[in-house]
Design a protein around this ligand. Structure first.
Ligand SMILES: [Fe+2]
Length: 614
């Protein structure tokens, strides 16, 4: 057999460093650095992720045919300098903060990468553009022969959004929106203003939106942005501070919305909820305009999305339902981690001109591209610690887990390869019974130690998706990137909002027959599970349905607040032992909390302190 052509993709030095490896066009492995270093959104160089990818592919650095970094550092530096100069001396503080890492590392990337590859790689380094990497990650692994492509994020080099088309093994980006006008940064400005962390709290803001009323949407349209029919816009920069300062919003912004930003961890007010609802409405309007414009321009049937803003699954749900495109595919690692994969695919298809064969599902292998662990490895860890466990065959394990879920127990599950991207899809997940009325608060407060308003997502068997959710039978959401409403016949308690409940009080209504995964506006962030992509997970939910009649369970990522999703059996065990989790599945091993020796249950507070609040 001839030696495969191997391309390594790298993203890093901003947030969510990651590596991906592509062998003869096959996506063999991809993972975020945070999972190995245990530092959430690790912004450094993805040394451990690279080493993992090489190991998984069975290659050494000298076997690599090309290495691609997901953006052009010099062009990005150019943007930084130009922005600084046009605001000087106002931007000196942020300039001074950014400079050391640029001078030490970012401007010398080939040297840094040489070191990362132990000096054993002699080939060339390729630097596609940031949005080219996003676009490649959106189109090349998609199931489509041809498609329109839209990428939206905070900012790359200069571009903050880009669109174009993909055909066969080529992509062509034809239009872009440029810094400082950015939907990602606009959304992040509201994330900051409502007291959440930029680049990680955006998800919370989206989750908060259904509690509020969009009463500021008009003000945003009137004052903050000048939106055109094609979805492009200009921002009034006097309301923002990210070009020159260390904060996102300016004093003028605070005056406009009636006060200073919410202090992190202070109570969430009605104003915060209404701001969340407002920026969500604005975001959806901008995206829908961009999508309609792109459809008019390209006349294509299919759309591919990537970039951090493509993780806004509420907007994605609307694009699918209302947009003129017939079909939609979203890269599961839509943020910058996915840029590592996109960069590698740019090299393989665009540069090397290699053929592309779209797969009927897609080429992401269910996003199961990270490490897996054998029973032997797990047993060694458990025995080393003196943990108490049961070993079961596949079939018995399914029955045990289904029984535990039915008793309203919370079960952590590590099975198979770890997911690539921010969502857990059953391999590194915490599971619960979606029918339980207490599960949302138990999971938020005793397991994840996070804000009580945050919703949970359902995993539903693909075969039953349209029985529970307003999605057509064939529509897939395998990567949990679409929000859809729970069907009216599954709702209970009438209309809570109509009955006068407001804000957090909405949480008190039962809402549906699967209350734990039904948000206060009856929406749900759906993961459809089908046999081919997620076989063992499909079996588990099928068994749960056989026992209970319900094809829906709760799926939340296996971590506590601020912690990266678990990767190894050690990580999973630590999280299990230090939270209120009742049971833990590690491949064929089952651990029950009450059976664990006293000495293993260490100090919960100490454990939580290890992770910075997100
Ligand atoms: Fe990006």
């Amino acid at each position: 057999m001839s030696k495969p052509t191997v391309v390594l993709g790298i993203s890093g030095f901003y947030h969510d460093a990651a590596a991906a490896i592509v062998c003869d066009g096959d996506i063999v492995a991809a993972a975020q650095e945070e999972r190995f270093t245990r530092v959430k959104h690790d912004p450094g160089f993805p040394q451990l992720a690279i080493e993992y990818c090489l190991r998984e592919a069975g290659v050494a650095p000298e076997d690599l045919d090309a290495v691609a970094f997901y953006e052009k550092p010099l062009t990005k530096f150019d943007r930084l300098l130009e922005t600084y100069l046009s605001y000087a001396p106002a931007g000196f503080a942020s300039f001074r903060q950014a400079m050391p890492v640029w001078l030490k590392q970012k401007l010398h990337l080939p040297r840094v990468m040489d070191r990362g590859l132990k000096g054993r790689y002699q080939g060339r380094y390729v630097f596609p553009e940031h949005h080219e990497s996003h676009a490649a990650s959106a189109f090349f692994p998609s199931p489509f022969e041809e498609a329109a492509i839209l990428t939206i994020d905070g900012v790359g080099e200069w571009a903050t959004a880009a669109c174009g088309v993909g055909r066969g093994n080529r992509i062509e980006l034809t239009q872009e929106l440029r810094f400082p006008h950015s939907l990602g940064l606009l959304y992040s400005a509201f994330t900051y203003y409502t007291g959440f962390r930029v680049n990680s709290g955006e998800y919370k803001l989206m989750g908060l939106a259904p509690y509020g009323e969009p009463r500021y949407a008009d003000v945003i349209f009137e004052k903050l942005i000048d939106l055109k029919a094609d979805g492009s816009f200009r921002m009034d920069l006097s309301y923002f501070n990210y070009c020159q300062g260390l904060t996102m919003t300016s004093e003028r912004f605070h005056q406009l919305f009636g006060g200073p930003p919410r202090q992190p961890e202070s109570p969430v007010t009605d104003r915060d909820m209404d701001l969340a609802a407002s920026i969500q409405v604005v975001t959806e309007e901008i995206i829908l305009r961009m999508v309609r414009h792109l459809h008019r321009q390209t006349g294509m049937k299919n759309l591919c999305l990537a970039g951090g803003v493509a993780l806004n699954c509420v907007a994605n749900g609307r694009v699918l339902r209302e947009g003129p495109f017939e079909d939609l595919w979203i890269q599961p690692a839509a943020g910058d981690a996915g840029g590592a994969l996109g960069a590698a695919l740019v090299v393989w298809h665009q540069l090397m001109g290699r053929e592309r064969r779209p797969q009927p599902a897609d080429s992401m292998k269910g996003a199961l591209l990270g490490p897996a662990f054998s029973d032997d490895q797990i047993k060694a860890v458990l025995d080393g610690l003196g943990a108490c466990y049961h070993y079961y065959d596949d079939d018995t394990m399914l029955d045990r887990v289904v029984a535990l879920l039915g008793e309203e127990k919370v079960v952590g599950r590590l099975q198979g390869r770890m997911e690539f991207g921010p969502r857990a899809l059953g391999s590194r997940s915490i599971l619960g019974d979606a029918r339980s009325t207490k599960m949302q608060s138990v999971m938020n407060l005793k397991i994840k130690f996070r804000e009580s308003f945050r919703p949970f997502a359902p995993s539903v068997l693909q075969e039953y998706v349209s029985e529970y959710f307003e999605m057509a039978p064939g529509v897939e959401s395998p990567y949990m990137l679409l929000v859809a409403d729970v069907r009216p016949e599954k709702r209970v308690d009438g209309d809570a909002r109509g009955a006068g409940l407001k804000g957090m009080a909405l949480l008190k209504a039962k809402r549906s027959v699967v209350p734990a995964i039904t948000h206060v506006d009856y929406s749900a962030r759906v993961q459809t599970v089908e046999r081919d992509r997620h076989a063992t997970y499909h079996k588990l939910i099928s068994r749960f349905r056989d026992a209970t009649g319900c094809p829906v369970i709760i799926n939340t990522s296996f971590n506590v607040r601020g912690e990266p999703i678990v990767c190894s059996p050690e990580d999973a065990l630590n999280c299990f032992l230090n939270t209120g989790m009742d049971a833990l599945v590690l491949e064929h091993f089952l651990l029950l909390k009450p059976e664990q020796p006293e000495g293993l249950l260490s100090n919960q507070e100490e454990y939580l302190k290890a992770f910075k609040l997100d």
